[in-house]
Design a binder for this molecule. Structure first.
Ligand SMILES: O=C(O)c1ccccc1NCC(=O)[C@H](O)[C@H](O)COP(=O)(O)O
Length: 243
């Protein structure tokens, strides 16, 4: 299966169109009031209509209750829910059962111990989104443009249903693809020119770089991570400039 790429935090028709036109597989809308990417319900409905049938529409929420989820689902009609808060395994299962939509659960990774949670969530979620933990004092639980140490998941089976996220951008995504061979990628800050302001040219550059690295990986013989030629993963909690 080919690499699935999600552009998250889209809030305008222009940048949504850039993502769809450049071949994004998934487009994400953020429903979290403190975020500069937050969309209201009316905007979400319009963006949803624009994207429907062209890419999977993902509604991102943070510890939302059932009533809030129902309102968002009614407006956006998403193909998938992304749960980016502290939702427990039981809560993820309950949301999936109640709303009948595939669920992607975001998990923060900072150390090898954090990988222990994957198995339990894999049992109830359709996908996992492996993200950096937010920096101390951060207002947002995600979308902070921070990468975690990719070496922590370099041995993860690419057949497992995960997306790599956190601090990806057009400049480092090829290294990430070569090292991790992830089945999916998710980006937000790295394709922005300022907080919440997506840049169509960076969206296109990201998709181009990721697809090129994927094509290279599938045509090249194995050994692209051989000693001496391995890409350098980011150091833990490296901050990338959103502009
Ligand atoms: O983007 C937000 O504002 C946001 C707010 C609340 C929870 C999650 C949020 N974003 C998550 C993402 O956009 C991504 O899925 C992921 O965290 C990667 O973000 P980035 O490091 O900015 O590429």
């Amino acid at each position: 299966m080919s690499l699935e790429i999600k552009i998250c935090g889209l809030s305008t028709a222009e940048t949504l169109e850039a993502s769809l036109g450049a071949g994004a597989d998934m487009v994400g809308m953020v429903f979290f009031a403190p975020s500069p990417r937050h969309v209201d319900l009316a905007t979400a409905a319009t963006l949803g209509a624009q994207a429907r049938g062209r890419a999977q529409i993902v509604a991102l929420t943070v510890d939302a209750d059932d009533a809030t989820l129902a309102t968002i689902i009614d407006a956006l009609r998403p193909d998938m829910l992304q749960l980016h808060g502290r939702e427990s395994v039981e809560r993820v299962a309950a949301i999936r059962a109640r709303f009948g939509l595939p669920v992607m659960k975001a998990l923060g990774i900072a150390s090898a111990e954090d990988l222990a949670a994957l198995a339990a969530y894999e049992g109830v979620a359709d996908r996992l989104l492996l993200d950096a933990k937010p920096p101390k004092g951060a207002v947002l639980p995600g979308g902070n443009g921070v990468a975690f140490d990719w070496n922590l998941i370099a041995g993860l089976d690419p057949a497992r249903p995960f997306m790599l996220s956190g601090g990806l951008d057009p400049e480092n995504v090829a290294d990430a693809v070569r090292l991790i061979h992830p089945p999916g990628l998710d980006v937000s800050s790295g394709v922005e020119r300022g907080p919440g302001i997506k840049d169509p040219s960076r969206i296109e550059a990201f998709l181009r770089a990721a697809r090129a690295a994927e094509a290279q990986g599938s045509s090249a013989p194995t050994g692209d991570t051989a000693p001496g030629s391995a890409p350098t993963p980011p150091s833990p909690a490296r901050e990338t400039s959103p502009s």
